[in-house]
Structure formats: C-alpha cells, structure tokens
Design a protein around this ligand. Structure first.
Ligand SMILES: [Zn+2]
Length: 123
C-alpha cells in the first residue's frame, strides 16, 4: 500500500523521510528539514534529538500528542556557506478544534555525511 510521506513530497514515506529516519544522511538542509517535520508528525523524538546540533539539542523532548501536524511548505532554501544553510518554512497544525501555523527560519550545518538543525527564528 502506498503510504505518502507526511512532508508533502508526493513520494512514499519509505522512499522519502523514512530513509533518513532509518539512518541515511540528508543530502541537503531542506531534506533534513523535511525529515524533521515528518519526525514531529510521527512523534519520533529519537530522530529529532539525533538531527539536532549537540550544543542546542534539548536534554528532554516531549511532544504534545494532541497536536497534529497537517502540512509543510518550504518557502526558501538558501546555502549560506560551504557547510551552512537556512530553510524558511511554514508548518500547519490542528489541536482539537483549533488550527494554527508556524513560520520559522531555521539554520542548519553540515556534519559528517549529513546535516543537523542548529536553531530557528519564529515569526
Ligand atoms: Zn518526506
């Protein structure tokens, strides 16, 4: 059965963010961003911790199971240096009858074969 990836790529989960969740390195910051959105959506806190830069990674990460992520739009992906990039995105969510959106510009850094999330500025 075709299981579309939550990140909205139109690919199957296994052919998209699932690869990264099982250990494949992200090829660029946007791919890492998508896989992190997908991990939020699936409650995969282990992957969120692993893809977070060591110096900004929270010691404990608890997600609200009532918050359902409903969509991701990547608005900008910009390589800012040999090993750095930013991604601006909007993610939408629903919690009970409430809906909302979060727009953030996130900073990423190349680390080893992949990328890690450093931090972000919300609007
Ligand atoms: Zn995906």
């Amino acid at each position: 059965m075709f299981e579309p990836c939550e990140c909205g790529s139109g690919k199957s989960y296994l052919g998209c963010c699932g690869r990264l969740h099982s250990g494949a390195p992200a090829r660029d910051a946007e791919e890492l961003m998508r896989s992190r959105y997908c991990a939020f959506s699936r409650g995969n806190t282990a992957y969120l911790q692993k893809s977070w830069a060591a110096e900004t990674r929270p010691l404990m990460l608890t997600l609200d199971p009532a918050q359902v992520w409903t969509g991701l739009t990547i608005e900008r992906h910009e390589v800012t240096g040999p090993d750095t990039a930013i991604v601006r995105f909007t993610a939408t969510w629903r919690e009970g009858a409430r809906t909302g959106r979060q727009t953030e510009t996130s900073r990423f850094r190349r680390e080893g074969e992949g990328w890690v999330y450093i931090d972000g500025t919300s609007e």
